[in-house]
Design a protein around this ligand. Structure first.
Ligand SMILES: Nc1ncnc2c1ncn2[C@@H]1O[C@H](COP(=O)(O)OP(=O)(O)O)[C@@H](O)[C@H]1O
Ligand SMILES: [Mg+2]
Length: 235
């Protein structure tokens, strides 16, 4: 009986995820300078989770994110993305705009909601990222790690379900780095609406946290492999 219930619960989850997908098929993109940044690139996010991409400078990672988020269009190939995406950068100061945590999150929230619901939504997002009660806090009083948490809260408030993280821990100390990794991992495991995260890293020890890792090289992404396997290959 129990087993049956679990399996139907799983089926329900699968159904909910069924139409959530990111797929790139043979995507090519050249900048107008003539630089070919993506070259017949394929990529599939198989399910919610923490997916990491490793690659040298210039291998096309940031261009990939711009394509997935729709800021630029490929010259060749197909991109199917039914996720709502949110970008997160190395330096949170580049994306936090308003003076307090609450006012900044208000910017990301759907504007058609009653004020009271908005406030609840913002408080719930702050709580999920470990910043409960910090809506009135001035942003300049936050640490680097807290600012990245706030950027994550902003993605939650906007109902994004695919986070594109471009070396989000590169400027953080080891403790904050670990806590951001654990936070994103736990958001990708939460029971309701688990997120998918595509995380670019140069720090190979971060691969220990992922559900799958892939190398990007010359505008192409290799197959997903277990994080520890890629870690060993890179050592
Ligand atoms: N805005 C741009 N205009 C022209 N060329 C660019 C631009 N952004 C990136 N490139 C070039 O595209 C290639 C891939 O860059 P990028 O996607 O930033 O790689 P990565 O993030 O892996 O370092 C590089 O050769 C880079 O110089
Ligand atoms: Mg880059």
């Amino acid at each position: 009986m129990n087993e049956l219930r679990v399996s139907s619960e799983k089926e329900k989850q699968d159904l909910e995820h069924e139409d959530l997908a990111l797929e790139l098929v043979k995507v090519s993109f050249s900048w107008n300078t003539g630089t070919k940044a993506l070259d017949q690139c394929n990529l599939v996010i198989p399910r919610p989770g923490l997916w990491m991409i490793v690659g040298c400078n210039g291998s096309g990672k940031s261009t990939l994110f711009r394509l997935i988020s729709g800021m630029i269009k490929p010259q060749k190939g197909e991109i199917q993305c039914s996720y709502k995406t949110a970008l997160m950068f190395q330096n949170p100061d580049h994306q936090l705009l308003l003076p307090s945590c609450g006012s900044d999150l208000m910017l990301s929230a759907p504007q058609d909601q009653p004020r009271e619901e908005l406030r609840e939504r913002i408080n719930s997002a702050l709580q999920q990222v470990g910043l409960a009660g910090m809506a009135p806090r001035p942003i300049h009083t936050l640490s680097g790690g807290q600012k990245q948490r706030l950027a994550l809260a902003s993605a939650l408030v906007s109902n994004s379900n695919l986070l594109l993280l471009d070396e989000p821990t590169a400027l953080l100390d080891p403790l904050s780095q670990k806590s951001i990794l654990e936070l994103v991992k736990s958001l990708s495991r939460r029971a309701k609406n688990p997120i998918s995260a595509l995380w670019i890293t140069h720090l190979i020890q971060e691969l220990a946290y992922c559900d799958g890792a892939a190398m990007m090289k010359n505008g192409r992404i290799g197959n997903w492999q277990p994080g520890h396997e890629l870690m060993n290959n890179l050592k």
